[in-house]
Design a protein around this ligand. Structure first.
Ligand SMILES: Cc1ncc(COP(=O)(O)O)c(C=O)c1O
Length: 493
């Protein structure tokens, strides 16, 4: 709200001024009631819409068209229009809270992380440097060390957050490359200083971010050598050994192996301890992509699945997936802080508080510069659940996966791609042997359009499969029974 000093202005200028002054919370408290009312109305709208998420489609089939005059409006619109716009956005959104939204690794968000999202937006800090995010930078560094320890890394370890698992993998492999080729000075001189092609070895089911990393590191996406996986979709150590040997014969320069704890399509876990041993013997960097499966660290029953991570040089972990944190929220850990510091850090002279205090500006360590304090969402989620609460969710959703598998096994016309290691599985219907892909695509579509049930439809080993990610704690065995009844009754028209 403009104050009395603006009363001498022309009506048009005064209106334009009101157009912007009302869109901030006045730091002198001038418009507190108006802003508070708008925020409360938005919160009420969200609670109203989202607490009936179980009866709205998991993926909307249609949504409001935003009028052209509102795309870049000529002037400020009213609060009513803002609320209407919010409702349209919610109604046109993917609805991962639906108990039969099973398609992707996108969970319903924890309330703690929604609060954290609001809080971090409201204070608008910047993780680039400590002076721009005092408490958040400290919290992120402390929490990263703590979590690195939960993955079994030693006290020398450190970590940071990045906006998503892709960036974490890119960051880890950039550090790996710079460290493994430090004698050639690759960090400063680039890959033209190399006599040979640096390559990364990863399973043929690794996430595409590994190829993106190779592309961005100037190696080309073909520099990711795909290692065959076994019938359980796990990288085969024997094939890995052979591939390392063959790469060297061809004058290629293997520098890193990526093992995955929870692959994207089938949630499979590579034999991490064996991969770690091979890396040690062959002097290769060992990166674990635990983007999805890292959540097992919270479960007493399933923590052992992270075995091998304690030998990693770097680890990616995405609490935005199985820990129910709003996007983006991802962490990358390094076994040895001094390696990260030497292999990656570019000091920024325009930011203070680094050398003097012995603390790090996270923007110097990471791929990203300006970045939001996602740690707020993660920490508030940890406060809400505690380790035991997150562990209980891991246990519960793994139990639900077993229930799913039991129902699949009762139906000879359904095929499971591979026995699930976690709570992700792929299956397909074999009732049409002539056009199986088309048939399964039609089944997936009908489940969504007629039964509010969403599976995604990945290609896997050259066929279409229905993929289920069973991470919604509100999905019940009754939901599973209904889903299998729909599938039983399905007829391709
Ligand atoms: C195994 C794995 N790694 C990395 C990623 C990339 O994470 P993000 O989408 O947060 O960039 C994914 C995403 O699904 C994944 O499944």
């Amino acid at each position: 709200m403009a104050d009395s000093s603006t009363t001498h202005l022309s009506p048009q200028t005064a209106q334009a001024l009101r157009d912007w002054t009302d869109q901030f919370l006045d730091p002198r408290g001038g418009n507190q009631p108006e802003v508070a009312q708008l925020l409360r109305q938005v919160v009420d709208l969200l609670i109203e819409e989202l607490s009936r998420a179980a009866s709205t489609p998991p993926v909307p089939l249609e949504w409001d068209e935003i009028p052209s005059n509102l795309l870049v409006p000529a002037g400020a619109v009213s609060s009513e229009e803002i609320l209407k716009a919010c409702r349209s956005l919610v109604r046109g959104s993917m609805n991962p809270a639906h108990p039969r939204y099973l398609g992707h690794m996108d969970p319903l968000p924890s309330t703690g992380s929604v609060i954290g999202s609001l809080l971090m937006a409201a204070v608008n800090n910047n993780m680039l440097s400590r002076e721009m995010s005092p408490i958040f930078s400290e919290l992120e560094q402390r929490l990263s060390r703590e979590m690195a320890g939960m993955f079994g890394l030693p006290e020398t370890a450190c970590g940071m957050m990045q906006s998503g698992g892709t960036l974490c993998n890119i960051q880890a492999l950039a550090v790996a490359r710079n460290h493994q080729f430090r004698e050639q000075g690759i960090a400063r001189h680039g890959i033209q200083s190399m006599f040979g092609q640096p390559v990364i070895l990863a399973s043929d089911l690794c996430h595409t971010s590994i190829q993106k990393a190779a592309m961005l590191l100037g190696l080309g996406s073909d520099a990711v050598i795909p290692i065959p996986t076994d019938e359980h979709c796990r990288l085969s150590p024997n094939h890995l050994r052979r591939a390392i040997f063959e790469c060297r014969l061809k004058q290629q320069l293997p520098f890193a192996v990526v093992g995955t704890l929870g692959t994207t399509v089938t949630g499979s876990i590579d034999p991490l301890p064996e991969l770690a041993t091979i890396c040690e013997q062959e002097d290769l960097w060992f990166h674990v992509d635990a983007s999805y499966g890292g959540a097992v660290i919270f479960s007493d029953k399933y923590r052992h699945l992270r075995q091998g991570c304690e030998q990693a040089d770097s680890i990616t972990f995405n609490p935005q997936k199985w820990c129910y944190v709003t996007k983006a929220c991802a962490m990358v850990f390094f076994r040895d802080e001094s390696v990260l510091d030497h292999a990656f850090r570019i000091p920024a002279p325009y930011m203070s508080l680094n050398e003097e205090s012995g603390s790090t500006n996270l923007g110097e360590w990471g791929v990203q510069g300006t970045r939001a304090p996602d740690v707020a969402k993660w920490w508030l989620t940890l406060l809400q659940f505690g380790q035991s609460g997150l562990g209980a969710l891991v246990d519960q959703t793994l139990q639900l996966t077993q229930e799913f598998v039991v129902r699949l096994a009762e139906r000879p016309y359904l095929e499971l791609a591979t026995r699930p290691d976690l709570n992700i599985l792929c299956f397909r219907d074999l009732r049409n042997s002539e056009r199986p892909d088309e048939y399964n695509a039609a089944l997936q579509r009908q489940l969504l359009e007629e039964h509010q049930t969403f599976f995604s439809l990945p290609w896997f080993r050259k066929s279409r499969w229905l993929k289920a990610v069973l991470l919604n704690p509100y999905t019940t065995t009754t939901d599973l029974d209904s889903i299998f009844e729909f599938i039983d009754r399905f007829q391709h028209k």
